[in-house]
Design a protein around this ligand. Structure first.
Ligand code: HAM
Length: 418
């Protein structure tokens, strides 16, 4: 018989990681809602051209990593590699700009990239992201950075470095691009990817994992920023200082997606591979227009949930995840099984306030009764699953409308009338 395994680069999420993801989701939603971001859900697949147009033809994502397929009608579709393009498509399609002057949205969901799998890098992974549309002011850039930082700090991930850079705008980036072309043309033995990108997208060379060591004294974008972009970048830094948010300027930070203008940032943690960010984002002032909408300057970020949890392994986050106390319903006499089943149901719905009568908290997890098991076997199981209390239903007690509640920690038993 064939033995099936999860496809390479995917992973099953269960146990403590599933609990961790649930908690991260809860924390992130609380932070997003506090900042008045509203949830939006978009499809997991889109017209492939949407991503080519927005992320950029000469990016790794579009060139090598997209999961492309045709449906039965021959439409060219792609599993989404990220959330921003889909969100902007939905924003334009539903004229969401008409509803509110600024649009603040958040999303959570699976993304797909055909990357080389390693720790914290998957082919199907989870992102939570926020997009702030319609605010050109540097305060929006800083709010987005702080939002990311606030979510991480809820998981006690504070050992992070925030890298920031400015990629300028349509006015000043061509100057930088030209300087880069001149610089890179003088470097010998560029790798094949870099040679190709030198013509199509020279900024991407700054991100090359193979050649970057050869790039000494490479020109920096900041030397080429126009006055407006320079002022914007300075203001971002000034606001970050005002709110005591430390950062480093990283003039090699170019990001793997082409839609960015001005501010870009990445949050890195030593707990995850040195170059892999746990969350990242930036400003994209032209994307809405490029995809057919108005000129709506925007900024956003996304965190990789698996990578955030990897960083959280170094904190006390997992130890502090609280789950409901488990109450195990045990049946002493087999013929009482149906009664025990009904009793467990009463506990689940807290019928007639039964939990307080039994000195149990209102939020509990109920396990049992288990069919055809000796009382000893039931106790063994209750112990194994970490039950706090076992409620034992026996005939002698039930005729007097009583049950026995055993505290598994102290081993003390109490007879309680219902
Ligand atoms: P990104 O940097 O491509 O940006 O991805 C954001 C985050 O997703 C990364 O920092 C990382 O934590 C996680 N991530 C990316 N690829 C993988 C992978 N293969 N496995 C696990 N985690 C991964 C974006 O996607 C932009 N849409 C962010 C953005 C929002 N910019 C503006 N608005």
């Amino acid at each position: 018989m064939a033995i099936y395994k999860a496809p390479r680069g995917t992973h099953d999420i269960y146990g403590r990681i599933a609990l961790g993801l649930e908690k991260l989701d809860e924390y992130a939603r609380t932070v997003f809602k506090k900042h008045n971001f509203k949830e939006i859900k978009t499809p997991m697949f889109e017209d492939a051209a949407l991503f080519t147009r927005s992320i950029g033809e000469a990016t790794d994502i579009v060139e090598k990593e997209m999961y492309l397929f045709q449906d039965k009608k021959g439409r060219n579709l792609a599993l989404r590699p990220e959330g921003t393009a889909s969100l902007v498509r939905a924003y334009i399609e539903h004229r969401l700009d008409m509803e509110e002057p600024v649009g603040k949205f958040f999303y959570c969901g699976d993304m797909f990239r055909y990357e080389r799998p390693q720790a914290g890098r998957y082919r199907q992974f989870l992102q939570m992201g926020a997009e702030y549309l319609g605010n050109p002011n540097p305060n929006a850039d800083v709010e987005i950075i702080l939002l990311a930082k606030e979510i991480l700090s809820k998981l006690n991930i504070t050992d992070v470095v925030i890298h920031i850079n400015s990629l300028g705008c349509d006015k000043c980036r061509p100057v930088f691009r030209q300087k880069l072309v001149e610089y890179f043309s003088s470097i010998q033995d560029l790798c094949d990817d870099c040679k190709r990108r030198l013509e199509k997208n020279p900024l991407r060379l700054l991100d090359c994992k193979i050649d970057s060591r050869k790039f000494q004294n490479v020109p920096a974008m900041q030397q080429c920023l126009c006055q407006e972009c320079n002022e914007h970048f300075n203001k971002v830094q000034q606001l970050l200082k005002t709110v005591d948010c430390s950062y480093v300027i990283d003039d090699k930070l170019v990001r793997g997606l082409d839609y960015y203008t001005r501010t870009v940032f990445e949050v890195r943690s030593s707990a995850v591979g040195s170059h892999d960010a746990i969350c990242a984002g930036g400003r994209y002032d032209n994307l809405v227009k490029e995809l057919g909408g108005q000129q709506i300057p925007s900024v956003g970020f996304a965190l990789g949930s698996e990578r955030v949890l990897l960083a959280a392994e170094k904190t006390n986050f997992f130890d502090n995840i609280k789950t409901n106390d488990i109450v195990f319903v045990a049946v002493a006499d087999e013929f009482l099984f149906d009664k025990a089943f009904a009793f467990a149901n009463d506990l689940l719905i807290n019928k007639n306030n039964i939990c307080s009568k039994l000195n149990l908290p209102e939020k509990i997890t109920v396990e049992g009764p288990l069919y055809n098991k000796s009382l000893k076997a039931q106790f063994k199981l209750a112990d194994k699953i970490g039950a706090k209390k076992v409620v034992i239903l026996g005939n002698d007690e039930l005729v007097k409308n009583q049950v026995v509640v055993k505290d598994m920690q102290t081993q003390q038993q109490e007879l309680i009338s219902l």
